[in-house]
Design a protein around this ligand. Structure first.
Ligand code: NAD
Length: 326
């Protein structure tokens, strides 16, 4: 089995690849993994083993159609994580989001079609649904994205599904809630809060901090992706929820406690433009069809994650120095 993982040097993709190489996915213990990653600011080669007999690393962009043709040839399956992924960056400049997330996805799909790849999973996000005051989004809910990031992901979902209907590509789409865990870039909320506190800086909370998000441990996301890869139906969308809804302000205070900091270290800042108020997913479909359930409780997972950042400053310090932090 040959499997191509795009964006495999990023936060979620690298967790997926490490798990596969460690034999964490049944039937894939012998799989050969090729990672295609452009190593943008978000990608880090050190997130993956330096050398492994079943890993090949290719540095390059999903926008490079010639390279895609070469890399996709001979692959049995493709899991597509590569994307520009940070909402704040998309507010400052949306162009690269449309290029990578929409055009890059289309280029990858075209390459998969040309090479006759047997199975594709397109990784998307719950943010494509927009904001929901009450209730939950099912896979049938309309796409009403608000940020340029979410809009680019929604567009790429539709292009991906069009390749199923038009060309018969065997592809499924996953839409997951917010992830957390080790190796997440410190521009994202949880690692931003933790690393700020570990460096004695306050935690910025947008607006009143009442925005509600569901948090899923990255390992649960990756296990769900694997279930979709092996058992998901072509042309279907699968929500991957966490069932753990927390307001940002509550979360910031909990992280401060875990870091041994006082409540005064949580500071309100001007709200993000177009900030979605609440996300909530109905995850019944993936549970019913594929038997997926999250395993990591939020309290335990959060404590482990804080401990990982405390123990691994060498990984994150270069990303917070020199003004890289968003
Ligand atoms: P990330 O930003 O940590 O990683 C993205 C990776 O893609 C990086 O390694 C980067 O170098 C690579 N990349 C960017 N542009 C590329 C290009 N043109 N060609 C090849 N590689 C390129 O993101 P993440 O948090 O790991 O997210 C992975 C996927 O999961 C994304 O598609 C994202 O939309 C989706 N997702 C993320 C979350 C979350 O909470 N982080 C939740 C739901 C869905």
């Amino acid at each position: 089995m040959n499997i191509l993982v795009t964006g495999g040097a990023g936060f979620i993709g690298s967790h997926y690849v490490r798990t596969m190489l460690e034999g964490g996915f049944a039937q894939f213990e012998d799989a050969h993994v090729t990672v295609l990653d452009d190593l943008t600011y978000a990608g880090n080669r050190d997130n993956l083993p330096a050398a492994h007999p079943r890993l090949a690393f290719v540095r390059g962009s999903i926008l490079d159609r010639q390279l895609l043709a070469d890399v996709v040839r001979g692959q049995d399956a493709v899991v597509h994580f590569a994307a520009e992924s940070h909402v704040d960056r998309s507010i400052r400049g949306g162009g690269v989001f449309v290029r990578t997330n929409v055009e890059g996805t289309q280029a990858l799909l075209e390459a998969c079609l040309a090479a006759g790849v047997g199975r594709v999973v397109h990784i998307s996000t719950d943010e494509v649904y927009g904001s929901i005051e009450q209730g939950v989004w099912s896979e049938e809910s309309p796409l009403l994205p608000n940020s340029p990031y979410a809009a680019s992901k929604a567009a790429s979902d539709l292009v991906a599904l069009a390749y199923v209907r038009t060309h018969g590509l065997n592809l499924s789409v996953t839409r997951c809630s917010n992830n957390y865990g080790p190796y997440q870039h410190p521009e994202k909320f949880i690692p931003l809060a933790v690393t700020n506190l570990l460096e004695g800086r306050p935690v910025p909370v947008y607006g009143d901090g009442g925005q509600v998000r569901e948090w899923l441990h990255v390992d649960d996301h990756c296990r769900a992706v694997q279930r979709v890869l092996t058992g998901g139906r072509a042309g279907e969308v699968y929500n991957i929820g966490a069932g753990t809804a927390v307001a940002n302000l509550t979360l910031a205070h909990r992280i401060a406690e875990l870091c041994g900091a006082g409540a005064d270290m949580v500071r309100h800042v001007t709200d993000r433009k177009g900030h979605d108020r609440r996300y909530a997913l109905d995850q019944a479909k993936i549970e019913r069809e594929l038997g997926h359930r999250p395993l990591t409780g939020f309290e335990a997972g959060l404590a482990q994650t804080v401990a990982w950042y405390r123990d691994n400053p060498r990984w994150w310090k270069p990303l917070t120095d020199g003004g890289v932090r968003a």
